[in-house]
Design a binder for this molecule. Structure first.
Ligand code: URA
Length: 184
């Protein structure tokens, strides 16, 4: 069993925070261990909690479309979240829950060693890059932090639920496509 699989096993059995009490199942992440690009969302929603897979509901279908639009297949990227269990009623994850789950995300990043980490939405950006960062300002830009390379993006659910966010969300992914093309 690979270290990434062992982390997934630990996540499925985790009781480090209160989210373990209300989840159906934990959602460790999906994708190949040698993925060059990693996407980090906020936390599982209802569909993800039921299926045990990240980004399989409406926001996930939007993510798949956005990836397709820049020639990226879901099969080649690693997709996970900052918290691995669904917050009740899809509320924002609390700081102590993010903190309790942090070691798993750091372990996944260390295993995969992605060339690029795309944060989806403000919570992932603030957790991984900078608590004061603005997703609207940084959307689709490339930045280095803590020895890692990030491209902050607008969360697919934002584009789904707010018409005014759709174009900026698509622009961010288009810029990601340009960044990938330049890097070869
Ligand atoms: N939204 C997220 O942030 N993550 C998922 O896995 C699904 C929806």
């Amino acid at each position: 069993m690979s270290l990434l699989d062992r982390i997934a096993e630990q996540i499925r059995a985790c009781t480090r925070c209160r989210l373990s009490e209300t989840r159906t199942q934990a959602v460790p992440g999906a994708g190949p261990e040698d993925a060059r690009i990693m996407f980090v969302g906020e936390g599982p929603g209802r569909d993800e909690d039921l299926q045990g897979e990240p980004f399989v509901g409406a926001a996930g279908q939007m993510l798949t479309r956005l990836l397709d639009s820049i020639g990226l297949s879901r099969e080649v990227v690693y997709i996970t979240n900052i918290v691995k269990c669904r917050p009740p009623d899809n509320r924002d994850p609390r700081p102590d829950e993010v903190e309790a789950c942090r070691e798993y995300l750091d372990g996944q990043i260390a295993c995969i060693q992605p060339a690029l980490i795309c944060t989806l939405g403000a919570p992932a950006l603030k957790t991984l890059v900078d608590p004061t960062a603005s997703v609207m300002r940084l959307n689709g830009t490339i930045m280095q932090r803590h020895g890692l390379t990030f491209v902050p993006l607008i969360h697919p659910a934002a584009g789904l639920h707010r018409e005014s966010m759709k174009q900026p969300m698509e622009d961010g992914f288009r810029r990601l496509g340009e960044i990938l093309a330049q890097r070869g």
